[in-house]
Design a protein around this ligand. Structure first.
Ligand code: CP
Length: 300
């Protein structure tokens, strides 16, 4: 891979290769490369706990040298553009950039950079490393995607996780369906919208999405009724009991406990929410390693 911007750019064989590489790192069956004099900068223009910290651990496990960059102490505060910021980091020696930005498709303006970009989330566009870690988590359970019934539930319209996963899981052979309030449907995606209570007993994976208030207008946020949403679209104990024995629950997190999912179910036996976070670090190692190998970076 030359970079990682969108799940649409990955073939299914590239996805399987990344899952295998991440899994080999996780189980210690493949030693991680240690890169020599290879520099990375993490540019997070939007808040993050999981993605940022797992990239930082992955980078250090691969021996990368970190360029200290924080948006709030950088010249971004003086109005420097995204392109000029990235070009500057390239010129001072960055070999790879990890970027999260509020702007959907921000990476289109970075096409003339000479170093790879890894998209850590662009607005409501894509979140490819989240999708890859979700795919790894599903593969650990089922060792296939063919014919799996996957219900993605919640704020579809604003969710980069829903878009990335819809594209990749459909390509891998899963039956992806959505459940969402009317105002959060996304008609650009071709999956059927279903009634959560009708399909739940047939579902293999239920993936809950965070309600993304930061992408809603003021009036939408003020009209949002937590209890009503939880009753209509949340995973309650009653719904949990409708799930198949082997079914699993996923959520990209951060979780709004008591909104998308009942508090006590976050660590229930069927939940893989914290497993997703663990897998995220190994998947990010695999993505960086793949890109640096393609680029011919020197290892020790
Ligand atoms: N899932 C996810 O992207 O979490 P963060 O926003 O904490 O990185």
């Amino acid at each position: 891979m030359d970079n990682l911007l969108s799940m649409e750019h990955l073939t299914t064989s590239e996805i399987y290769e990344l899952v295998q590489r991440a899994s080999a790192f996780k189980h210690g069956t493949q030693n991680a490369n240690s890169y020599e004099d290879t520099f990375v900068a993490n540019l997070f223009f939007e808040n993050s706990t999981r993605t940022k910290s797992s990239f930082l651990v992955a980078e250090q496990k691969l021996g990368l040298k970190l360029i200290d960059f924080e948006t709030n102490t950088s010249s971004v505060q003086k109005g420097e553009s995204l392109y000029d910021t990235c070009k500057t980091l390239e010129q001072v020696g960055a070999d790879v950039l990890v970027i999260r930005h509020t702007q959907t498709n921000y990476y289109e303006e970075l096409q003339t950079l000479n170093i790879p970009v890894i998209n850590a989330g662009d607005g409501s566009g894509q979140h490819p490393t989240q999708s890859l870690l979700d795919i790894m988590t599903i593969y650990e359970e089922y060792e296939t995607f063919e014919g799996l019934n996957i219900l993605i539930c919640g704020d579809i319209k604003n969710s980069r996780v829903a878009k990335s996963n819809y594209q990749s899981l459909t390509a891998l052979g899963a039956n992806v369906m959505f459940s969402s309030p009317e105002n959060w449907k996304d008609d650009t995606l071709d999956a059927p919208y279903v009634d959560i209570d009708e399909v739940l007993p047939t579902i293999d994976i239920v993936m809950l999405l965070r309600v993304q208030h930061e992408r809603h207008g003021e009036s939408e946020t003020s009209q949002f009724e937590v209890q009503q949403y939880h009753e209509q679209f949340g995973l309650t104990q009653t719904r949990y009991e409708q799930l198949k024995d082997q079914a699993i629950i996923m959520h990209p997190a951060p979780v709004n406990r008591g909104v998308e999912i009942e508090d006590t179910l976050v660590e229930a036996p069927k939940s893989r929410i914290f497993k997703q976070m663990e897998n995220g670090m190994y998947m990010r190692m695999a993505v960086i390693d793949n890109i640096l190998q393609t680029r011919g970076e020197t290892t020790k």
